[in-house]
Design a protein around this ligand. Structure first.
Ligand code: NAD
Ligand code: MG
Length: 388
């Protein structure tokens, strides 16, 4: 690896952001940090900026600007605040930029980085679900490189035979099934936020943990794979694999299936993108298949996981549906985490918003943002009427 790669992390205080920082701080001679951003965690951002001697630290919430200035005074680290400053961070000169903001809030900085022709390590699946073809078109126009970070998509990326792309017959995403794979359905419908975020295999942020419990996460990932790998919907499948050892598979025309295996630690796929096209060491526990003993696979249960069925229909429908589904899901998950709706209501809210709100196909980023905000408004109104 080249001695010093300059890196920027959008969403540095989150779960993926912290795993990225962990790898960078272990090999400080190999990486120089250009910019770090966070939404409102001034303390976490300032700590990371000091530890990495970042050049630029940005807090998304402008009301925290003075606190950030105080926290970094005397360090010489440049500070910024607000959405425009996050976009400026995305456009800074860096060899590698990590997109790890959660939700559609990351769409503008991601688009800016893609239009700027950056090498983007990509975790922020909600942005791609909402603005799929616009994002891929922007990357194609500018020559930007998208390196998939999501463990399934990183596995697929590693298994794709670049010499024969037309030979791919099918892509199979693995899914753990989350914490409620075998919970009685009535109990699952009443699950608390604490139960929903307790993922059996992965340690992640709250939103994606709830998405894993409803399996909306796998639905978002189907749409993510559809765009990242230009794969038609009927060639994308999901298989439940509770051990999270096989991270996904690519099946070829001749019947060969290539899979990537590894520990359930996000530092593995992050390291793959960080060192790409080379490889780097990680401190992750090595996979010991004899200790794992057995690997199980089963078909997903659409009755238990209606969000997965919905997402597949949305992928096939295309148009504004993915942006609506994503926004309604973000609103419903936030309401569930705040204790205002039940776990079992999340998929129902998303389905109802998709029924009620039928806008024209988005053809610009402004259209996507307008659909996103209207879908959130429809979801909130619906949830208020349910609660009232
Ligand atoms: P997280 O909630 O732990 O962190 C989110 C980060 O985004 C934080 O740094 C936060 O400050 C920032 N952020 C939140 N709202 C923002 C806003 N409005 N403006 C600017 N910044 C904002 O989330 P996470 O689990 O790290 O997930 C990040 C993304 O990566 C998500 O899209 C998720 O689906 C994806 N992902 C995560 C994992 C995982 O293991 N955590 C795995 C695969 C994919
Ligand atoms: Mg994943």
């Amino acid at each position: 690896m080249k001695k010093s790669k300059t890196v920027t992390i959008l969403g540095a205080t989150g779960s993926v952001g912290q795993s990225t920082l962990d790898l960078i701080l272990r090999t400080p001679d190999k990486f120089a940090v250009e910019a770090l951003t966070a939404h409102s965690d001034v303390e976490g951002l300032a700590k990371a900026a000091r530890a990495t001697s970042a050049k630029f630290a940005v807090i998304g919430d402008p009301s925290r600007f003075d606190d950030l200035k105080d926290a970094l005074s005397g360090t010489g680290i440049e500070v910024g605040a607000g959405e425009d400053a996050v976009i400026e961070a995305a456009l800074r000169n860096a060899d590698w930029t990590m997109a790890a903001i959660v939700g559609c809030a990351g769409l503008m900085p991601v688009m800016a980085a893609l239009e700027g022709g950056k090498t983007l390590a990509f975790a922020n699946k909600e942005a791609l679900v909402s603005a799929g073809s616009l994002m891929i078109d922007a990357a194609t126009r500018s020559g930007a490189t998208l390196l998939p970070v999501d463990s399934e998509h990183n596995a697929i990326f590693q298994c794709l035979d670049q010499s024969a792309p037309k030979g791919v017959h099918r892509i199979v995403l693995t899914a753990s099934g989350g914490p409620f794979r075998t919970t009685p359905l009535e109990e699952m419908a009443r699950a608390t936020p604490a139960q929903a975020v307790a993922h059996p295999n992965w340690s992640m942020g709250a939103k994606i943990s709830v998405d894993s419990a409803t399996m909306m996460n796998k639905g978002l990932e189907l749409i993510e794979a559809h765009h990242l790998f230009a794969m038609p919907a009927d060639r994308l499948d999901v298989v439940i694999h509770p051990q999270s050892v096989v991270h996904s598979m690519v099946e070829y025309a001749d019947g060969s299936v290539l899979a990537q295996l590894g520990p359930a630690d996000m530092r593995v796929p992050i390291a793959h993108t960080l060192a790409w096209p080379e490889r780097m060491d990680t401190p992750c526990e090595r996979l010991d298949l004899a200790a794992v003993g057995r690997l199980d696979f089963m078909a997903p249960d659409y009755l238990r996981f209606p969000a997965l069925k919905l997402a597949r229909e949305v992928m096939i429908a295309g148009g504004p549906a993915p942006a609506i589904m994503n926004a309604a899901n973000e609103a419903a998950v936030a309401a569930f985490l705040a204790g205002t709706i039940a776990f079992g209501d999340i998929a129902t809210v998303v389905a109802r918003v998709l029924d009620r709100y039928v806008p024209a196909d988005p053809i610009s980023l402004a259209d996507v943002l307008a659909i996103d905000s209207e879908a959130r408004r429809v979801a909130s109104a619906l949830m208020e009427s349910v609660v009232a």
